[in-house]
Write a protein that binds this ligand. Structure first.
Ligand code: PLP
Length: 217
């Protein structure tokens, strides 16, 4: 696989689903990948990337930003409250807003700084204990709470349980988004991004299918 393959598969999936060409944003998930692989994808002209750890992203993206214009960085992993300010300075979008305390911290810092990244609320569609995200039953109330804080909520994000059919989770996320008037749907990874697009994904998060398997250890 490569960047171009993934882009053409996204294009086909958009077409099959009757979606407008270019309506799906590809977030190339570069976490743990060696810098030369990331640089190769930057050289190919891609500019939208995802990282799951604030610290790791802070270590590599400022340099890339000096060398490549127009980089758009998305935080797709959990955010600890004490890293909120750093994350808001580094990222253009945060996909892991999942609790009132974090929402309030973001709102306070957005007030101070006069700007805020695009935000996605993470929903724990599989109701897994170990996974972040608001429970589906709490999602509507949390969307309302975020809106009362004037947060720029663009949509919802989910990570389906690994051993389950993801389309049920994609459909659930789409339903919660629709009834809350949210357009963004961050869902779909290397193994299932085409199915996510069929179910309305606006942002797919693809790592290993672009960069190769992540180095372990
Ligand atoms: C790592 C990661 C991805 C990408 O996973 P791949 O299977 O490599 O495409 C997508 N979303 C999140 C939240 C991740 O942590």
């Amino acid at each position: 696989m490569s960047l171009q393959d993934i882009k053409s598969r996204i294009g086909k999936a958009e077409q099959t689903a009757g979606r407008a060409p270019g309506s799906v944003t590809l977030i190339a998930v570069s976490k743990v990948q060696p810098n030369d692989r990331v640089e190769a994808v930057l050289e190919e002209g891609h500019r939208t990337f995802g990282e799951n750890k604030v610290q790791e992203a802070a270590g590599k993206w400022p340099d890339f930003r000096e060398r490549f214009a127009g980089i758009n960085l998305h935080l797709i992993g959990p955010l600890q409250s004490n890293k909120t300010r750093q994350a808001m300075q580094l990222f253009d979008a945060i996909h892991s807003v999942d609790r009132p305390k974090l929402a309030r911290a973001i709102a306070r810092i957005a007030q101070e700084e006069g700007q805020c990244p695009d935000l996605f609320i993470q929903v724990n569609t599989g109701e897994e204990d170990q996974k972040a995200g608001v429970l589906p039953a709490d999602a509507d109330a949390f969307v309302t709470e975020c809106r009362q804080l004037d947060l720029p909520i663009r949509g919802l994000m989910c990570i389906p349980p690994v051993e389950e059919e993801p389309t049920l989770h994609f459909a659930l996320l789409a339903k919660i988004a629709a009834r809350n008037g949210l357009e963004g749907l961050s869902m779909g990874m290397s193994g299932d991004f085409e199915r996510a697009i069929t179910h309305g994904a606006t942002h797919v998060r693809v790592g290993s299918a672009i960069f190769g398997a992540r180095p372990t250890g």
